[in-house]
Design a protein around this ligand. Structure first.
Ligand SMILES: [Mg+2]
Length: 383
């Protein structure tokens, strides 16, 4: 089987409500997914998605489109989509890094491989260890009263835990929000906090000490992604597990963080991590070192979420104290696939799709409705 054409679709999908994040990121109100539709000479089509976020990943939707059109897609025309290792070799030979763009192609190839073999991706990854995964919600920055009201709403809907977005310019306000959420929701509801690189070591330490009695399960990415020593120092002085998100894009990042004893948990995001194969490699490396994995999400549509869920179903070291971030399409105006039918909010879980490939069906009308531009690559790369 050979890849014959790769169509790129750049979309713009509004969020239902603006999402207030750390002072590093500001307010997020429009998602800009880039889709890859991969065709083969056997008539099997695969789909992939990536979710550029310039301040988070260093990629914009426009830059991802350029990299896909001019560097990566031409390298894969004529390649066998079931040989994932060869696809990554070709992509890495074309351009360094660019994890987002590579992830969409990796995902589409897994989708084809699964459809071709009649198996879900979780089976291609060695087999699922669970049929469902608990699902949480995430609340953005606001007042303590609004944060408390939102966590009660999430709990009433059925979500199994909440992430509180912190990392704002006033750490005392974030501490007050954290405490207000805990007091509103009761002592047993699972809560985590995520500063999205918003603070320096001193601020993170002050916040962590202030909320030490709030029963927070873990504290995600308080410091800049590159600050491995800072994370290790914070971990030594706070009696609270730390999670790396922006700091763990690659397997090499994972190695450095573990060697420095800087983290307890890795946040896995399939597009940030460069696709299903590299994300799974980080999960396995983490497992071998006693590190748990938390399935997190960019502002993702259902295609990326399905890819993430296929991996999550296979990992033995998945965090079991809180649900995972398989709620993202519910934050957006509309899902562009039927992934959302797998989110059972009232029961607080997502069910793992067992259909071939990613196990979801794209909503082509929704994709057309959100389209900004489309391009198609059919010619192989010529040096
Ligand atoms: Mg995060």
């Amino acid at each position: 089987m050979k890849i014959t054409s790769i169509r790129l679709e750049r979309l713009a999908v509004p969020l239902k409500h603006p999402y207030h994040l750390s002072q590093e990121y500001g307010i997020f109100s429009l998602a800009t997914p880039v889709l890859v539709i991969m065709e083969t000479d056997e008539g099997i089509t695969g789909i992939g998605e990536c979710d550029p976020w310039p301040l988070f990943t260093g990629d914009s939707a426009e830059s991802v489109m350029t990299v896909l059109e001019h560097h990566l897609a031409p390298m894969l025309i004529g390649a066998d989509p079931t040989n994932i290792n060869e696809l990554h070799r070709r992509m890495d030979a074309a351009i360094r890094n660019q994890h987002l763009a590579k992830s969409a192609l990796d995902m589409a190839a897994y989708d084809i491989w699964g459809k071709w073999s009649g198996m879900p991706v979780h089976q291609l990854l060695g087999g699922k260890r669970r049929d469902t995964i608990r699902c949480m919600w995430s609340i953005g920055g606001s007042t303590p009263e609004e944060s408390a009201a939102e966590v009660l709403e999430a709990k009433a809907l059925g979500y199994d835990g909440c992430m509180i977005k912190i990392g704002g310019p006033n750490w005392k306000l974030d501490a007050a929000r954290t405490r207000a959420v805990r007091e509103a929701v009761g002592k047993d509801y699972p809560l985590i906090v995520d500063a999205n690189q918003g603070w320096d070591l001193d601020t993170a330490r002050r916040y962590g000490r202030e909320i030490r009695d709030c029963g927070i399960l873990f504290f995600e990415q308080p410091l800049q992604s590159w600050d491995v020593e800072g994370m290790a120092s914070l971990r030594r002085c706070l009696d609270m597990p730390l999670s790396a998100d922006e700091g763990v894009a690659t397997l090499q990042d994972a190695m450095r963080l573990i060697k420095a004893e800087a983290v307890d948990i890795f946040s896995i995001k399939v597009t940030k991590n460069g696709g299903i194969r590299p994300a799974k490699a980080i999960c396995e490396y983490a497992a071998a070192h006693g590190i748990q994995v938390f399935f997190n999400s960019m502002i993702e549509e259902g295609i990326t979420q399905a890819a993430s869920l296929q991996i999550g179903a296979t990992c033995k070291n998945i965090v079991n104290t809180i649900g995972h971030a398989y709620f993202s399409p519910n934050r957006l105006e509309k899902d562009i696939s039927d992934f959302h039918t797998h989110i059972h909010v009232a029961e607080g879980f997502v069910d793992v799709p067992d259909g071939p490939g990613l196990g979801i069906t794209p909503d082509w009308d929704a994709i057309a409705g959100y389209r900004v531009e489309t391009r198609t690559v059919t010619e192989p790369y010529k040096a």
